[in-house]
Design a protein around this ligand. Structure first.
Ligand code: SF4
Length: 186
C-alpha cells in the first residue's frame, strides 16, 4: 500500500493493519493452478453450488500479475516445480498459498523421485489442506481460515520478514527418511 511504510509502529499502525487486512481478506483473487485430480474439486468449488463469489473470489486469474492466492491443487512434478515458482514470483504482493490435498502437501502416495515431496520445498505455504481429494467444503473452510490469517497479517517490513523466515524454514526442510523394522534406512 505504501502508507504502512510511512507510519510509525503503535496504535495507529495496528488499526491500519486491521483495516487493510479486512479489505484484503475480502478481495482475494486466486491464480488457477490445477495440477491433478484435486483440481476437479477446485473447479467445483467455483461452481454455482458452492459459489466462491460469496467471498469475492469468483474471478480466477489466468495471469499471475492479477492474482494474490495460489491454490496448488494436485501433485507437483520436479519438471513443473520451476514453473510453479516462476508463477509465484510473478504474482502480486502480498500473496498467499494454499496447498490443496495430500499430494501437494507431502507428495502423498507418490513417494518417488519424480514428484516434489511437498510444495513447501518450492513456495512458502500458508494453509495445508488434507484429504485425497479434499471436498469443496474443506477448501472453503481453508479459505476462511486464510481470511483470518490475512486479517491478522503484518504489514510492510514486518510482513517481508515473516515471509522470509517462513520460506527459509521450509526450504531447509529435508525429505523424510523411512526406517525399516530391521533398522537401516530404506
Ligand atoms: S490428493 Fe488425491 S485427488 Fe489430490 S492430486 Fe493427489 S491423488 Fe489426486
Amino acid at each position: 500500500m505504501g502508507l504502512e511504510e510511512k507510519l510509525p509502529s503503535g496504535v495507529l499502525l495496528t488499526s491500519v493493519e486491521k483495516a487493510a487486512g479486512w479489505a484484503r481478506a475480502r478481495s482475494v483473487w486466486p491464480a488457477t493452478f490445477g495440477l491433478a485430480c484435486c483440481a476437479i474439486e477446485l473447479f467445483q468449488t467455483g461452481g454455482p453450488k458452492h459459489d466462491l463469489a460469496r467471498f469475492g473470489m469468483e474471478r480466477a486469474s489466468n495471469t499471475p500479475r492479477q492474482a494474490d492466492l495460489m491454490i496448488v491443487a494436485g501433485r507437483l512434478s520436479q519438471k513443473m516445480a520451476p514453473v510453479l515458482r516462476q508463477i509465484y514470483d510473478q504474482m502480486a504482493d502480498p500473496k498467499w498459498v494454499i496447498s490443496m490435498g495430500v499430494c501437494a502437501s507431502s507428495g502423498g502416495m507418490f513417494n518417488n523421485y519424480a514428484i516434489v515431496q511437498g510444495v513447501d520445498h518450492v513456495v512458502p505455504v500458508d494453509i495445508y489442506l488434507p484429504g485425497c481429494p479434499p471436498r469443496p467444503e474443506m477448501l472453503m473452510d481453508s479459505i476462511l481460515k486464510l481470511h483470518d490469517k490475512i486479517i491478522n497479517m503484518k504489514l510492510g517490513k514486518n510482513r517481508e520478514r515473516q515471509i522470509a523466515e517462513l520460506e527459509e524454514a521450509r526450504l531447509n526442510l529435508r525429505p523424510l527418511h523411512l526406517i525399516s523394522p530391521e533398522g537401516p534406512e530404506l
